[in-house]
Design a protein around this ligand. Sequence first.
Ligand SMILES: N[C@@H](CCC(=O)N[C@@H](CS)C(=O)NCC(=O)O)C(=O)O
Length: 220
Amino acid sequence: MMKLYSGDLSPYSAKVRMQIYAKGIEDIELAAPPGFPQAGFSKVSPIARIPALDLGDEVIAESEVISEYLEEVYPTPPLLGASPRERARIRTISRIADIYVMNNIFMCIPQGRRSTRSDAVRDLLTGQTARGVRTLEHYLDGSGFAVGGALTLADCTLVPALFLVENVTPTFDVPDPLQEAPKVGAYWRQIQENPIAARVLVELHRGLEERRELMRKAGA
Ligand SMILES: N[C@@H](CCC(=O)N[C@@H](CS)C(=O)NCC(=O)O)C(=O)O
């Protein structure tokens, strides 16, 4: 049986879990990553990041690679669109959400702490995040899903990315990037009504609460 090492608060893991739920896959075990976040997890996956998909004799790293692999192994229902052009659009949105939104917010997380913040680093990363969000205005088709009126891999990346925009960006003391992106804002309000999106959002919020509780206990 395949095993997905993942965590509630990990947006990259949430992206793959959302795909697994949307496809109704039941023969992949969701497991806590042994040794994570310490370097011990590198014995399981050299990149030492989650998600990681354990095939038994090989471990696949990187959410995008895992998603594409699962798409090939479990082709139905297809989450990558019905034509080459639609696939290109889905992959473009997924990459914007991953590289330009999620990754910049992730890198910026330490800047949420005012006492050690570098304004220059914060401004660089939040500027790039806002630019990524604005770019999405062009690609979302206004159907309530990212593309084509049905759930695709683009939604699986966008939902955790926008969870970060809503819940982590406020710690940086910058304007809400959604203010400049009304189409993305409308998408975000609508997609949260989708049961598959709602399921991963419950997990993400649970993870965030646990993290905040740990920080409160540590007096951080
Ligand atoms: N590009 C990777 C990013 C994965 C990633 O950074 N995951 C975070 C958790 S959301 C992690 O494992 N961080 C541990 C670390 O930075 O050492 C992907 O798409 O899977």
